[in-house]
Design a protein around this ligand. Sequence first.
Ligand code: DX5
Ligand code: ZN
Length: 216
Amino acid sequence: MQHKIAPSLLAANFTNLAKDIDLINNSEADWLHIDVMDGVFVPNISFGPPVIKAVHSIVERPLDVHLMIVQPERYIEMFAELGAYLLNVHYEASTHLHRTVQQIRQHGMKAGVTLNPHTPVSVLEEIINDVDLVLLMSVNPGFGGQKFIEHTYDKIKRLKELILRKGSNALIEVDGGVDNHNAAALVQAGADVLVAGTYVFGSPDPVEAIRKIKHL
Ligand code: DX5
Ligand code: ZN
């Protein structure tokens, strides 16, 4: 399976979202990555339901929602209604992760679990067969435009080993500091989905930037 590209809305131009969504619709992007931050789990606040609803009405791609919020289980129904295709919750924010993952699937969405850079892959041992995707943070969550953490390559390899050993179908997604310099090595290490914010929307030609990391 060829890897997927998920441009991150966080780096789009909020004064003209329609233009950037149009770029996505005319590109080889597979998903649109949506970062929801609550100012508690992470130090930053991004955007919420009204913006996501408006974006969903014009984007022709599945929404890959990344919840950087405490108690994500409180909002599962809301994000199902907003049209999320995949709902990512942080391992560090979910006390009853197994229940949360089940509820996400019961609401018709794919379930993703996200790990902060310091959280070892081994915590997924007992849940890896119940998730559709694992999102590895390759920066500390909260902000776009940060430097990629090189240790991520080893972590992808360890996660791939766990997935194969357990016979899980989970995809591996990587988020933070992804660009045309590290995309090939990330896919080589085992990444199935690449999130890219600054690299895509900070480029003079986002459609071409997406094409570059899609065809490595
Ligand atoms: C960071 C977010 C990322 C962010 C990536 O907390 O989860 O999705 O938008 O942005 P770049 O690609 O600029 O690192
Ligand atoms: Zn994200």
